[in-house]
Design a protein around this ligand. Structure first.
Ligand code: RB5
Length: 147
């Protein structure tokens, strides 16, 4: 898959681990930064880059990491066409795909151990979207279009 990933300073350590894991699994990973935990940066900048690339179709999935994942999910969901899900356990990781067909997943590096977060990414990727939920996703698109 073509996967985009971004983080702020709080998430860049976990981001590096996820990049390594996904590349080893054969995914094409685009890392938009940031790359240093020592320089404080603004998470919306990275959320916007990844979310816009997913919304345009250049990337198939976005992964965003900040301290809690909350700011990244709020910012990414401002982009039309983005369904960003904040995941923190196996249930939310699987449901984000199966029920919501999330095209961006967000995680909190200050809340999750790296191995666990990587497992959550794999859980998400291993699930199919259940088509019976498409009507609800269409209703979300209607909201974006002002309907
Ligand atoms: C940065 O300190 C922190 O606010 C950010 O990583 C994130 O948790 C925001 O939601």
């Amino acid at each position: 898959m073509k996967i985009g990933i971004g983080s702020d300073h709080a998430g860049c350590g976990l981001k590096a681990r996820i990049v390594q894991h996904l590349a080893a699994a054969g995914h094409q990973v685009t890392d938009v930064g940031t790359d240093s935990p020592d320089r404080s940066v603004d998470y919306p900048v990275y959320a916007r880059k990844v979310a816009q690339s997913v919304a345009s179709g250049d990337l198939e999935l976005g992964i965003l990491v900040c301290g809690t994942g909350i700011g990244m999910s709020i910012a990414a969901n401002k982009i039309d066409g983005i369904r960003a899900a904040l995941i923190h356990d196996h249930v939310t990781a699987r449901m984000a795909r199966m029920h919501n067909n999330a095209n961006v997943i967000c995680m909190g590096a200050r809340l999750l151990a790296a191995e666990y977060a990587i497992d959550l990414v794999d859980q998400f990727l291993s699930c199919p979207f259940e088509q019976r939920h498409q009507r609800r996703l269409d209703l979300i698109t209607d909201i974006e279009r002002g309907g």
